[in-house]
Design a protein. Sequence first.
Length: 165
Amino acid sequence: MSHSLSAPIIATPVFVALVLLESATILSAILSVFFATIVPVIGITGFARSEGLDYDIPEKRARARPFEIAILSYLAGFTTLVTIGAPVMLSGLMLAYLINTCAMFLITLVWKISVHAAGVTGVIPVGLIRVRLGQHTSLQVLAGAVLSAGLTWTQIIFLAPLIPA
């Protein structure tokens, strides 16, 4: 259940909703889903399988590669969306994914923050699932949710006006 609510999976309905709200092009929708969902999911699951790891990647030494995959995908997605003139909200959301993932990566080098809670608006059920599965402590789930919400709010307020329309 918690995997189905991870940030890359949640990205698809969120980006599609924004495409509809912003009357964006089909190309914007396809590129958003490709860079926010398809590349990270295939890259991360492929890496986990090739290393014989669980999708949660509990081994600290192995966490860097999945973050690198997601960060590069979000960076390529942001750059591509800006280049094609996608609506600012789409580019801005991709930028938020990029910045939040970079922050999570830096934190996870020293502490296992909950990336699942960071990418989901339904923090309580996902957080409870993650704690019950023994994947995180309550504090790790809370930290992931608070950090992501705070960073995203800050980015919307301060960075969205700087993105070319």
